[in-house]
Each structure stands twice: as C-alpha cells, then as structure tokens.
Write a protein that binds this ligand. Structure first.
Ligand code: DI6
Ligand code: FE
Length: 429
C-alpha cells in the first residue's frame, strides 16, 4: 500500500481516506468480490465502497489521504471469536508427555492440564499477566485479527477471574484491537472444591456472575460442559443466572463427549456453541431455529489428534452459520493465526476457502453479537480491514509458512500496520 497524496487544503473533503485500485472481498454475500474498486472512510466508518468507475470525482478531490492498493485483496478485519489468550506460563512439557502417550483427559485427572495453568495464573501479578499476554495479542494483530474475544477461566476464584478480565481490558486500551470479554469461571472445578462441585457452582452463580455484571467486566458467560468439567444441570443453572444478570451466554459443547450442551445453550439463545465434535444430528435443527452460530475450532482438533469431526456437511445443509476461531490456549491450541486456522478448516474439516473466510469475518462477528457493526465491508460498518499480498482470497487459506501475507491492517479507519512510529515496543516476552 502506498500513500500517494496527503493534501493539506482547507476545504472539507467528503472522506478522511480512500483506498483505490483494490480487489474488495466484502464477505457480504459469499466472497462478495468487487474488482477495480475503492473503499472510503469517514469518522471511523466505511462511508463508500464500489467500482472506481463509479466514484463521483477523483480520489484526490474526495479524500484527505489516498492509498493505492495496487490490485491487492482487501478483506474485513479478521475476528477471532473464541480465545483463552490470557494465561501465565505455558504447557510445553505437557505437550511432550502427550507425545509420549498420555492423553489430555489423563493429564487433567492427575491435576495437570488446566489446573497447572490456573496455579500459574493465580500466582502471576496483574503486570506479569499483562506482559505475558501482550505479545500474544500483538501476534493476533500481525496475523490480521482486529477483533477478538478473550475468556477468563484460569482463575477459578473471583480475584483471579477479575484480574484476567482487567488484563483483557488493558490490552484493548493499549493495542488497536476490539476485545469482547467472556467470564468462564465455569472452565473447570478448582481443586479446593473437588469434593463439592455444587458449592463451586454456588460461588459462580451467587458471587462471581453478579460481581462481573455489576462492574461491567464481562459481556458474556461461557461454560465448559463436559465430563471433566460441568454437567448439564450445572450448566443450565449458570446460564439462567447469566441471563438474569443480562449477560449473553455461549458454551463449550460436545468437545470430548455428547452431553446435550449445544441444544441446551441454543435453547437459552446462546450467541454461539463451540467445538461440537460430538454434536448429535438431531440437535442441529435447534441451532437453526434459534439462529445459533456453530463455532468450529480446528486448532484444538488438530492439536489433540481428535479423529471425530463435527457434523460439518449437516450443519452446512441446515444453513447454520459456521464461524472458526483459534481457541488460543496453552493446553489444546497454542495458535494465534486465523489464516492457519482457515487452512486447517479447509484440510481437516473440508470447508471451502470461501466458507473459511466467512467463518473468520461475517459469521465470527455474529458469534460475538457484532454483526451490525463488524465482519463485512459495507457502508456504515466500522472501518476495520486487512490488505493482503494476494490477488485472490483463496490464497489466504492456501499458503502455509510463507511469512505474513499481510500488507496492511486498518483499525477504526487508521493504518496500524505497517506502523509508522509507535514509540515503546513491548512485543517481546
Ligand atoms: N476446551 C479447550 O480446548 C480448552 N478449554 C476448554 O474448555 C482447553 C484449556 C486448557 O487445556 O488449558
Ligand atoms: Fe476453548
């Protein structure tokens, strides 16, 4: 992307900036390709887009800044709708144990797995947690993500759950990212409640959710409904409490076994149901009826060497919107790149490259309740977009390990990559 003009003329221009000679991939209806196109922004929003030939006068007359995209593809900013990006430490040694034959569930039952990340996260100060999480959030941005969801869930007590979501808030203040915060106090049972799981659910419902709602720290509540975590009844109770406090719900459902969680969550009007490897075909109807987004997480499927795939063809046939996300977490998906996840979704789950792109744009926006403002290139939407060093959008899913395919990232109408001069760089661990 080259800036070809910055005029300092006193008269008011129609647009703040315009990108010309673009191949727009609007994602509004399929790829929604518009070739030889331009896109213009005003006050942080998309003010106009269309064929260059339809511009009323020259780009230079219309906008303060003109960028020549030189036929590259421009997509909406990518949206990662399911991450556990804030945590302390890592689980590389657990990865080695798994390579030597131990299963994820065995490790969890022995008190490793999530519990070891809980211990490290409780012990970390807010500053340490921020400094460890910042490079991950920045890596998301460098991979084209402009909006992401971050869950708590490695605290499992009020103090640490709050600490995690406060770090999420600070990441949003310090990086050009929109961040949705999800309270996942029901990620697993903390060891101090092992003998009385319902007492922990009482804690989640009577203290944690009310506090999160009161201080406005969470947008939604998530539950890991699974044999190693929370059962159906506990999940239902947590969802009802979340609703009472005006919070959206979402669910880790049918990841390792079938418990009926997706149907339950969908009936509670969840924004999304996530994972779904063991989803029952009978429950797909409910997702469709309630307009629930199915979020697939091929990174966790790959990393756990899972063999049971979600019922993708059936979800597509039923026209359930499918989103994709990294599930970035230290145990089952140490992944930050949505383009890599798109490739995995194509190869492992049989999505087309077009379905994969919609999964990280239009449908991911819906999974976060942001479909009115984000996820497609349309007039009045927030001006978040990515300029790719590719001529056709299929290339975003096609290449692996070519280095970044990104030429530029625009967040709220500002060019944030390439970065001109941003002062202090906290990008190393
Ligand atoms: N499902 C997952 O894949 C992650 N959480 C969840 O509920 C794993 C979290 C971890 O192992 O740390
Ligand atoms: Fe997850």
């Amino acid at each position: 992307m080259t800036v070809i003009l910055t005029l300092e003329i006193m008269e008011m221009k129609t647009f703040d900036a315009i990108w010309i000679n673009a191949t727009l991939v609007t994602c509004a209806d399929g790829y929604g390709l518009i070739k030889e196109a331009a896109i213009a922004v005003k006050d942080g929003r998309i003010a106009w887009l269309g064929k260059m030939s339809e511009l009323e006068s020259s780009a230079m007359q219309l906008a303060e800044k003109v960028y020549d995209v030189e036929s590259r593809c421009m997509t909406p900013g990518l949206i990662d709708c399911h991450t556990h990006l804030i945590y302390a430490g890592n689980r590389a040694l657990e990865f080695e144990s798994r390579l030597k034959g131990k299963s994820y569930v065995e490790i969890a039952k022995e008190g490793g797995g999530i519990q070891s990340t809980v211990k490290a996260t409780r012990e970390a100060s807010t500053e340490e947690l921020f400094l460890q999480s910042y490079p991950r959030a920045k890596a998301c941005l460098l991979n084209g993500t402009t909006t992401l969801e971050i869950k708590s869930g490695y605290g499992l007590n009020l103090e640490t759950e709050k600490k995690m979501l406060l770090v999420a808030k600070r990441l949003e203040e310090e990086l050009p990212l929109t961040i949705k915060r999800t309270f996942l106090g029901a990620h697993t049972i903390p060891i101090e409640y092992k003998q009385d799981k319902d007492a922990y659910v009482d804690q989640v419902c009577n203290e944690m959710i009310p506090e999160m709602a009161k201080i406005n720290l969470a947008d939604a509540v998530d539950v890991f409904c699974e044999s190693i975590a929370f059962n159906y009844e506990q999940t239902e109770r947590i969802f009802q409490t979340a609703k009472q406090f005006g919070l959206d719900v979402k669910c880790h459902a049918e990841q390792l076994s079938y418990l009926g969680a997706a149907k339950l969550a969908s009936t509670c009007h969840a924004l999304s149901v996530d994972h779904l490897e063991y989803l029952s075909l009978d429950d797909i109807k409910t997702l469709k009826e309630n307009n629930t987004v199915a979020v697939l997480l091929p990174g966790a499927f790959y990393f756990l060497k899972e063999t049971k795939k979600p019922p993708i063809a059936e979800l597509i046939n039923a026209r359930v919107p499918i989103a994709l996300a990294t599930d970035c977490n230290p145990g089952t998906s140490p992944i930050l790149s949505l383009p890599l996840i798109m490739n995995m979704a194509c190869i492992l789950f049989g999505l087309t490259a077009e379905q994969a792109l919609l999964g990280v744009t239009k449908h991911a926006a819906k999974a976060l309740g942001l479909e009115k403002t984000h996820g497609t290139l349309e007039e009045n939407k927030v001006a978040d977009f990515v300029i790719w060093n590719v001529k056709h959008p299929v290339e975003i899913s096609y290449y692996m390990g070519y280095g970044s395919l990104i030429n530029g990232v625009i967040k709220n109408a500002e060019v944030v990559i390439p970065v001109s001069s941003r002062g202090e760089d906290r990008g190393t661990q």
